[in-house]
Ligand binder design. Structure first.
Ligand code: 5AD
Ligand code: FES
Length: 359
């Protein structure tokens, strides 16, 4: 397996069957080797700097019904909320003071916000904080809508593909959603010049090593700037409530594999990773992640944005989260920086040893 890891590091890709073999056949010793290699690459490109994004979960209404998600429309127990433009701007104000230079606006697919509304949100944030990046994460929209948001100031877009296996996709989503459409959205976003983020859950029901191999092949093809992955965690009010959570160890290994695939990529140590293990986000950094995304949403709505059970940080003020994460990152020798943390395309052929963090 060490050989495969070396090939992955050198070529930044493997064949799907090699990915599957690596995932299935990795010993503890191989995993430690993988971790070392990934950490080394991360250090080469980013040093000990960790980028941070302020996450604003502005609506938990959703027209979709994904079987894994706690805010799916059929969950009548979910207490729904929407933030106003003023709410969002006050989150940004607090976040800016805490050193955030990227705001991530995440929400369910909520038809109440028209394209004009989203444009207005983007324009207002950009107007007040021209030095900040805006990331949208509001699901599948038309090419035209994505174009409008981009023109209104959105810089980045997060849309996890969830699984790149057609059959698996069908088992996680109702008929109204399709992998084809999902992928098309991602290609549209790329074409429009967004820094694009995709990703998937590790250990979602029915996932196999072959599914993950397809995820990695799709990620290679897409060449995203960001990849968010976290373990599947069951939510008590969903059809998947009885399914076991994903593997913590496999999630860490996937982060390391992704770091070798995308040396200059922005890989978050996700909230789901911090939920499955008390030191999950720290471990994520040690396995090659370089981004953390603390929550800036008002505390009164935090618990309501519950995609899975026991989500962390739902009772903490933004400032507490920020300083908590600062301390946590220090325990693994890392430092959070005040910077936009843009994706920097890199010509590997130029064989550079430069550090992409300019802070
Ligand atoms: N467990 C883990 N991650 C989840 N997501 C949604 N539901 C769950 C769950 N039960 C992830 C999806 C989505 C992102 C916002 O959160 O991958 O894209
Ligand atoms: Fe939110 Fe620690 S990061 S409380």
């Amino acid at each position: 397996m060490k050989e495969l890891i070396d090939i992955l590091k050198r070529d930044r890709k493997l064949l799907p069957e090699e990915f599957a073999a690596l995932i299935n056949g990795m010993s503890e010793e191989d995993a430690l080797y993988l971790k070392e290699q990934a950490f080394q690459v991360k250090e080469q490109f980013f040093g000990n700097k960790v980028f941070t994004r302020g996450l604003i979960e502005f609506t938990n209404y959703c027209k979709n019904d994904c079987y894994y998600c706690g805010i799916r429309k059929s969950n009548v127990n979910a207490v729904r909320y929407r933030l106003t433009l003023e709410d969002i701007l006050s989150c940004c104000e607090e976040g800016y003071g805490l050193g955030f230079r990227t705001f991530v606006l995440q929400g369910g697919e909520d038809l109440r916000y028209s394209d004009e509304d989203i444009e207005q949100i983007c324009r207002s944030i950009k107007n007040k904080y021209p030095d900040c990046a805006i990331t949208l994460s509001i699901g599948e929209k038309s090419y035209e809508s994505y174009k409008r948001y981009k023109e209104a100031g959105a810089d980045r877009y997060l849309l996890r593909h969830e699984t790149a296996d057609e059959e698996h996709y069908r088992l996680l989503h109702p008929e109204s959603l399709s992998l084809k459409e999902r992928k098309q959205c991602l290609w549209n976003l790329k074409e429009l010049g967004y820094q694009v983020g995709t990703g998937f859950m590790v250990g979602s029901p029915f996932q196999t090593a072959e599914c993950i191999a397809k995820d990695l092949a799709f990620i290679k093809e897409l060449e995203p700037a960001m990849v968010g992955i976290g373990p599947f965690l069951p939510h008590h009010d969903t059809p998947f409530k009885e399914y076991p959570k994903g593997s913590y160890e496999l999630t860490l290994r996937m982060i390391a594999i992704l770091r070798l695939m995308i040396p200059n990529g922005l890989l978050p140590a996700t909230t789901a990773l911090g939920t499955i293990h008390p030191m999950g986000r720290e471990a994520g950094i040690s396995w090659g992640a370089n981004v953390v995304m603390p929550n800036l949403s008002p505390v009164r709505v935090r618990k309501k944005y519950e995609l899975y059970d026991n989500k962390i940080c739902t009772g903490d003020e933004a400032a507490e989260c920020r300083s908590c994460l600062q301390r946590r990152m220090l325990t693994v020798g890392h430092e959070i920086v005040t910077a936009r943390g843009d994706f920097i395309p890199y010509t590997f052929e130029a064989e550079g040893k430069e550090n992409l963090c300019t802070m």
